[in-house]
Design a protein around this ligand. Structure first.
Ligand SMILES: N[C@@H](CCC(=O)N[C@@H](CS)C(=O)NCC(=O)O)C(=O)O
Length: 330
């Protein structure tokens, strides 16, 4: 685990000294947009035009943020339009690597060894964290974006000429509600599990823990009345929650000490999780081996023995009861 300083790799764990033991996630630094016409998005100076075959995703199958982008690529039928490299699940002193073992593909574009070399290829003087996902432009040989919440919005619409335009996970009329749900789910749940797990003081952990379970209780109640987070159709808000839920019982309960309740103990959330898992194409994006091996193996301040627990028994493919709300709408 480390970061780049003026283009030089340094092996360093997250610094929580100046934040009272709280884990504070750094802002993603690459924030350009792919658009239909290639004009720069508002407030940006670089433009990237949507074109088949031009872009590439660097992802980890373990990472919930990268997982969002893989789900959108799959559901929008962009497999033939946007290529992918999968990093190795172990993130050690070199950060994410392209060791092509155990389901990782290696760097299928340039044959590099480490993900940080992709960042310095784009900017030799880059300073900051080296995270997945990365949306890469093969033509300009640079990073378009390393912010998953924005990459999924691009995938949702910019490539509709070639992908499946019938799915719109961020429809105009629902944007306000989707943004409001994301505003609850991101800090308390998606990032909340990390804030609990990476806290280095009891107080910081308990604060994150309380907010996490209070948000899960709210979501459980919401899902007792409707099939999806924003009514009767699947939206971006559901996929953003899904990638945390799917990791919760196998990893966050134990490794990040989020153990007040399991998702399995929440009737609506667990059925909802299986409902989303049953959407064609989604199960193929979930790799529990990479998920468990990454977290338990890579965070040696939390799990120095790197032993990966054998349990729990999980069956996300089991039937769910969500059809009681009516048919699934795209
Ligand atoms: N805000 C980013 C966060 C991405 C992120 O933190 N990814 C993690 C993996 S789950 C990572 O690569 N961490 C490496 C590090 O922080 O050094 C996004 O949503 O795209």
């Amino acid at each position: 685990m480390g970061l780049l300083v003026d283009g030089k790799w340094q092996d360093r764990w997250y610094d929580t000294k100046n934040s009272g033991g709280k884990f504070v996630r750094a802002q993603s630094q690459w924030r350009d947009w792919i658009t239909h016409d290639g004009k720069p998005a508002e407030g940006r100076s670089r433009g990237f035009k949507a074109e088949p075959g031009r872009y590439h995703l660097y992802i980890s199958l373990a990472c919930p943020w990268a997982h969002r982008t893989l789900i959108f690529r799959t559901l929008k039928r962009l497999e033939g339009i946007i290529s992918v490299s999968v990093v190795h699940h172990f993130m050690g002193a070199d950060g994410w690597t392209f060791l092509a073992e155990d389901g990782a593909t290696g760097d299928t574009l340039y044959g590099l060894d480490f993900l940080h070399q992709i960042y310095t290829k784009a900017d030799p003087a880059y300073s900051g964290r080296v995270t997945v996902p990365v949306l890469w432009d093969k033509k300009e040989q640079t990073i378009v974006s390393n912010e998953s919440s924005e990459i999924i919005r691009m995938l949702n619409s910019a490539f509709d000429e070639w992908g499946d335009a019938s799915f719109d996970f961020y429809p105009e009329a629902l944007r306000g509600e989707i943004d409001a749900i994301n505003g609850l789910v991101y800090p308390a749940v998606n990032n909340g599990v990390y804030r609990a797990g990476f806290a280095t003081t009891q107080a910081a952990y308990e604060e994150a823990f309380g907010a996490l379970f209070s948000a899960l209780d709210t979501l459980e109640h919401r899902l007792s009345r409707q099939r999806y987070l924003v009514g009767d159709r699947i939206t971006e808000a559901d996929w953003r929650l899904f990638t945390t839920l799917v990791r919760f019982d196998p990893v966050y309960v134990g490794h990040f000490k989020c153990n007040l309740r399991r998702i399995a103990d929440y009737s609506n959330l667990s059925n909802y999780l299986r409902d989303l898992y049953s959407v064609p194409g989604v199960a193929g994006t979930v790799n529990l081996r990479h998920i468990k091996a990454h977290y338990y193996g890579s965070h040696d301040t939390i799990n120095p023995t790197r032993i990966v627990p054998v349990g729990p028994t999980l069956d996300y493919g089991a039937p769910h009861d969500r059809a009681r709300f009516g048919r699934a709408a795209a």
